[in-house]
Design a protein around this ligand. Structure first.
Ligand SMILES: *[C@@H]1O[C@H](CO)[C@@H](O)[C@H](O)[C@H]1NC(C)=O
Length: 376
């Protein structure tokens, strides 16, 4: 009997040491409630197939303030705007007027402070937690969702693949991206931002600058970085890819490969852009050495600010005053100008232009089949 126990425990020790051997040393670090305890190179460290909408993995943002671009949506936690169906996550834009009546937009008040940890307003910037509508400045006319893994999963270095279908419909702005968890190098954009995919839902949006379709036939990937908002050097790390049938026609794989040597963006395994800083890092890559500003990344590696933990975000925004240029041609025009102090009102008053492009067949939904992250 004693011998059997001895043999068994020796066997257990052997198996355990074997599995340690099989775990390749990884450069990836992780944190959060859904981060694995052990990280092995090449292994899957986070995934969601969206069989359910797991709010332990995905935390909703609750704000009227949008993402800093005066967009027109109200991000809320409501199963009309974010839900799972047949293994697909849907983020669906709806009209606030359909729920509250049209008069509410010009006279109602939305107060979304919340009373428990899970329903707190997540961003008070830009009057994000309380707004009252007026005929000049209406309430956010669109409801939508933005979800993130800020509590559940953050990582430094890794491979990300998100299989998604972008929405079609004028002025829709879906995004798959990452934000820094700790703001180690100070506030935005000094601690970076990694945009894996963003696009515009217009089917026929033509840039007046180059005659190119910048709607559903184009997607972009971008790194934002700089010592302050005036010196965001994203233009040194911005990539685009076009597809004649439009990215809204089918699901595509949007991919990020992030290592201590660089960052590569791909779509369906085809590289669309690659950033490889020299030993002088993103300071030189962004030509910031030509300024006399203080380098916030001097304590970091050559990948700084992209050598700290980031978390995932999926969202569907609408309009705003930065992402849709005024110098475009679009069927029916663009109902607001980016310099208008009442852009949301102009957008809503011009809904005869865009509402007919929001078809009722699910094509306005930002759809995500899965999210996967592997260690490197
Ligand atoms: C969720 O959205 C639907 C559709 O807009 C609305 O009817 C419902 O009242 C909302 N639920 C809450 C709790 O706000």
């Amino acid at each position: 009997m004693k011998l059997e126990i001895l043999i068994l425990s020796l066997f257990a020790i052997y198996v355990r040491s074997k599995s340690v051997d099989l775990c390749g040393t990884s450069l990836t670090t992780v944190s959060g409630t859904h981060a694995p305890k052990q990280v092995c190179a090449g292994e899957l460290i986070f995934e969601d197939d969206f069989d359910t909408l797991d709010l332990k993995k995905w935390q909703h943002e609750l704000t009227l303030g949008g993402g800093g671009n005066w967009e027109f949506q109200y991000y809320n936690n409501n199963r009309t705007n974010s839900y799972v169906e047949n293994g697909i996550l849907h983020i669906k834009p709806t009209l606030l007027a359909d729920e509250k009546g049209e008069a509410f937009l010009t006279s109602g008040t939305l107060e979304i402070y919340g009373g428990s940890p899970q329903d707190q307003c997540t961003n008070p910037l830009f009057y994000g937690c309380s707004r009252t509508g007026s005929p000049v400045n209406i309430l956010n006319p669109i409801k939508s969702a933005r979800i993130r893994t800020i509590n559940s999963f953050a990582f430094t270095y890794g491979k990300v693949e998100v299989r998604a279908k972008i929405p079609a419909g004028d002025w829709l702005w879906p995004a798959i991206w990452l934000m820094p968890k700790w703001f180690q190098y100070s506030l935005w954009p000094a601690s970076g931002e990694i945009d894996i995919m963003e696009s515009r839902g217009n089917r026929d949006l033509i840039s007046s600058e180059n005659g190119q379709n910048i709607g559903t036939k184009l997607v972009g990937s971008t790194l934002h970085f700089g010592p302050n908002t005036d010196y965001n050097r994203y233009m040194h790390a911005h990539y685009e890819k076009t597809l004649q049938e439009g990215y809204d026609a089918a699901f595509h794989n949007y991919q990020l490969n992030w290592t201590p040597d660089g960052i590569t963006f791909s779509i369906d395994d085809e590289v669309i852009g690659e950033v490889r800083p020299t030993d002088q890092g993103f300071w030189n890559l962004g030509e910031l050495d030509k300024t006399n500003l203080e380098n916030p990344w001097k304590g970091g590696s050559k990948m700084a600010p992209f050598d700290e933990e980031f978390y995932l975000i999926l969202n569907l925004a609408v309009g705003g005053t930065t992402y849709f240029p005024d110098t475009v041609t679009n069927p029916g025009g663009k109902p607001w100008s980016n310099t208008s102090p009442k852009a949301a009102t102009d957008f809503w008053n011009g809904r005869n232009q865009w509402l007919p492009t929001w078809k009722n067949d699910g094509s306005t939904h930002f759809q995500v089949d899965y999210v996967r992250v592997w260690a490197v």
